[in-house]
Write a protein that binds this ligand. Sequence first.
Ligand code: G
Ligand code: G
Ligand code: NA
Ligand code: MN
Length: 250
Amino acid sequence: RELETELFKAIVRDELQMAYQPLVTLDDGLMYGVEALLRWEHRELGPISPAEFVPIAEENGYIVELGAWALNRAMKECLSWPLPVRLSINLSAIQFSRGNLVATVQEALQRTGFPAERLDLEITESLFIEEGLDLRFLMEEIRSFGCSFSLDDFGTGYSSLSYLPNYPFSKIKLDRAFIRETLSDKKDVSLIEAVLHLVKGHDMELIVEGIETPEQAAKLKQLGCQLGQGYLFGKPMNAIELASMLSKAA
Ligand code: G
Ligand code: G
Ligand code: NA
Ligand code: MN
């Protein structure tokens, strides 16, 4: 397939970039961190969404290399910003099963000098059902460097709540599907309350994704949610734009 061949050349052609989206404290709307997101701008085809190319890279295993590139690039760029913020990066299941993820993370930390305490790794529920993978062991190895883990897209996948206590997550990211409505619906509200209760009971924090309106933010704050992400606070942007947003806040 053509796109697959093109993807293999994307790194050397310098067609890949990282975009960064603010993670904020709902209290004051201030940025405490960013989520790094891969972007591919093909020289002829233009921008290609990660929703399109990440699955291809997962299928052929190239995500191992892409993932390592993304990790190193994001750490370097984050270190160049005027304020120290946390950095979250998405990991694919293939990086756990086929790559030497523990060494990749360790090398990236050493090479860039990025403080491990500021690095957060986002994984999805699909990893729980990956066969032959000692996920908990790998997570603990990586956590021993000082990094933390977040469970991404919570509520959309295989989510049996019984999995949760078995893995060392610091944060849960509630998928944006849950706040699509205006949150006026009683059912939505009680669902968020239930998730909050669960998260607090396990000594974790909740990040609500996909916040687009001030009304949503206010309601979530009122419910006791502390952390959020969404277009209201900032869309994914390049490293320079992110740096300038940070210097305005400083
Ligand atoms: O940024 P956008 O909404 O277009 O991302 C679409 C999907 O691609 C999301 O599910 C996101 O998690 C995933 N994605 C974006 N960047 C990365 C990355 O660096 N690694 C992995 N594994 N997935 C990514
Ligand atoms: O699967 P994951 O949660 O990693 O996907 C992140 C993607 O979600 C980003 O690519 C980003 O573009 C998208 N996103 C982030 N905030 C919002 C939002 O407020 N509204 C919508 N519709 N999409 C968002
Ligand atoms: Na993510
Ligand atoms: Mn996410």
